[in-house]
Design a binder for this molecule. Sequence first.
Ligand SMILES: [Zn+2]
Length: 432
Amino acid sequence: MRQKHEGCRHEVPTRRAFAMAVKGLLAMMLVLVLGLAQGAGQARAQGDPGTGFSGLATVNPTRSQLKDRRGALELTLALSQGVPYRVFSLTGPDRLVLDFREVDWRGVDPKVLLNSDLATGVAMGPYRPGWSRMVIELAEPLALQRSDMAIDRDSGAALLEARFTPITPEAFAARAGAPALSGWDLPQPGQALPPRAPGGPLRILLDPGHGGIDPGAEREGVVEAELMLTFARELRDLLTRSGAEVYLTRNDDTFVSLEGRVAMAHGLRADLFVSLHADALPSGRALGTTVHTLSREASDEASRLLAERHDRADLLAGIDLSESDDEIAGVLMDMARTETQPRSERLAEAMVLALRSEGLPLNSRPRRSAGYSVLKAPDVPSVLVELGFLSSRRDRENLLDPAFRARLAAALRDGILAWKIADDTLAPLRLK
Ligand SMILES: [Zn+2]
């Protein structure tokens, strides 16, 4: 019989911690093989008991590889300790996904790790807090034949060996999909906030592009995901000083799905959403800032390709966007978009105007549009700003210069504030 006294208050977290540990163990048993219990126990012992496994395993790169052997793909991963993991596959493009709880990938070069014709690429990185992911892109369909994580009794070090063998495309498609195991589920993005009071501060959601397993463009050691986070923080500070209430979709190097970013804009009831990018184009000719909006019909070929690439990075990281639109009632969404679309376009125009009057380098066609998934919040005016192109040396140098970034941030702030004044005069005409 439970005692009804003060002690019960302490009982709850203990029970919860136990339940979480059990849940974690169940998830582990479902995906793991012999020998792991010891490693998982260690991880749990090192971590916070409330969150279960939070020990971070490091990789020994010299003993790790991904190579072809006798017609099969073999992964060897030497870890400093055993961690729970799971393996599954996804289609479009075909790839294998390994989730770990949790591996620090620093010091592991994908190019050195990968030595295979069956696999065409490998990416690793943090996925969500507490989660790490490895994605292997495949040249042909493969399925997990066996995996084994051996734990050294003395050192606690672990050696994961997994073997993947060819299967038919039909069999691959039939097996593909992320398993829905409780305990592995990801947290819901962005808690809902009440709408801002009339005349209250402008609520802005800034979206540093990419992050975590998806670094975005990389040129000459400059990583888009890192640079965008730096710029987003600078812009946030500037906007906050002018009285706005500013949020970021991510404040560290973690992966946030495009869908999650859109959901956050909606949940925050943001007044506007600004996605920040600096991509690289193969031709290397594109330069200067461009401001993109969602197209009414995706007509702009260059923007369409860029949009596809962003969506693809998200797909590679394991998120399926194909059904995301269906989750929101189509009709309501269209109604909201009819109203939001021109507001987004005016925001983009105000930004371009401010950039131009500041004398900042603009692209020859600074206003573009395409079917960007990240701009699909039906009720939040949204723009995607390509600050410049990492493939352009001039843009790269500009974006690495704090003084240049300060001018860029000031111009975007001015554009946003100018838009706000114009938008407020139209507010009485809107639905809601
Ligand atoms: Zn980007």
